[in-house]
Design a protein around this ligand. Sequence first.
Ligand code: KIV
Ligand code: ZN
Length: 512
Amino acid sequence: MKDRLIIFDTTMRDGEQSPGASMTREEKLRIARHLERMRVDVIEAGFPASSPGDFDAVRAVAGIIKDSIVCGLARANDRDISRAAEAVKPAKQSRIHIFIATSPIHMERKLRLTPDQVLTEAVNATRFARRFTEDVEFSPEDAGRSEPDFLCRVLEAVIREGAKTINIPDTVGYTVPEQFGVLIRTLRERIPNSDKVIWSVHCHNDLGLAVANSLAAVMNGARQVECTVNGLGERAGNASLEEVVMAVRTRQDIFPCDTRIDTTQIVPASRLVSGITGFPVQPNKAIVGANAFAHEAGIHQDGVLKSRETYEIMRAEDVGWAQNKLVLGKHSGRNAFRQRLKELGIELDSEEAVNAAFMRFKELADKKHEIFDEDLQALVTDESHAHDQGEHYRFVSLTAHTETGEMPYARIVITAEGKESRAEAQGSGPVDATLKAIESIAASGAELQLYSVNAITTGTESQGEVTVRLQKGGRIVNGLGADTDIVVASAKAYLSALNKLHSKIERINPQM
Ligand code: KIV
Ligand code: ZN
């Protein structure tokens, strides 16, 4: 029998460290449920000591997840460890993940500690964490730039203290696959008690090598990979869960292990995370990008029609692509709607949320004859956003006018804390005019960092999905909006971003 490759998802911790990807408690709960359904082994739900909000979110996740281990991150000090222990306590299976930097540059310039002091702190922290749980993971931060001799000393010591998983982070994405594979093999061979632990890796994607490095480590004995949905994460992100899982699954001829992931949940997970964070997935992204299974060249299309294996190494349906399935229409009832949401793995928190989403579905069905799974997902994401953020601002209506030779203008009606406001503005185009009109009411002063629009399905009838990124006072937020009218979608995306700015989500960066 093959070994199990443990999938440790850190979308809600490292993924959340992407600028603008902060998640609310409810959003984390939604993602956690999906990860559990996808059969992820370990869910790193957050960094409890970083903020009261993150503590609550991790605790809430720990309260509902039964089939995955729920993990909380902690720096190597008693306060962080106690907070993490407290937050994961309600979980059926829980883990504390401690980290401290071991590279010369981090020890000298960031921690201002000598290697011996770091060793002592690592040992003390592991001993302290073991008072709360048997399942303690230890990470020597920036291991990719640490000296192997020192790593061996630290890791042998923390294993003696009872760490059960040793995670080797390539924190700055500096290593290359062969070197990283050799590092894992060397540590396993040189550390006398290395057989007492599971070896794990956590690779960042600064050189685009996170997945390749993770897989090289697996070939050299790592049996846990830390990864994120859509490769979200600090800077260029982490190893992408879908790529790691599908590489191992597709190349069972060379990998000595496999995961227990239900791969049909991969595309829905990607959509969910993209919808919640407002980070669109690039069309050519492996596995989950819109073009990942699209064949453009005539020769390729011809080949695929004759025999799919000529140009496809995986089946789209195995990773959850529904192939633009027509699901519902104007006359579909509430039960069919609810049933389809269930099949898509979407759980709305309350009957009120189902009713609101159903109303929006009916509105959409009036405008668009064919409703696809993608439309339902966008619609529900919109609805859940609105629900979670307490909706300070709400879209009511929009009139936009464009005419060749005339200056475009827009008239917007929104509510702010339930009170209706209206405004008009001119702009270089209808979107510009609309956002200016909203800003004249909200007066947020936020800087627009990104505006992008994508078609959710195919054809001109498709809904447009707009992403807006705003920055204010050091905070970056992403807003998402979908509608058959892209100017309305833009207004909704802008309001969603403003609502996020309005809600207080605080988080500190654990790697600072
Ligand atoms: O990249 C990193 O080093 C981390 C650790 C906290 C594991 O995210
Ligand atoms: Zn990281």
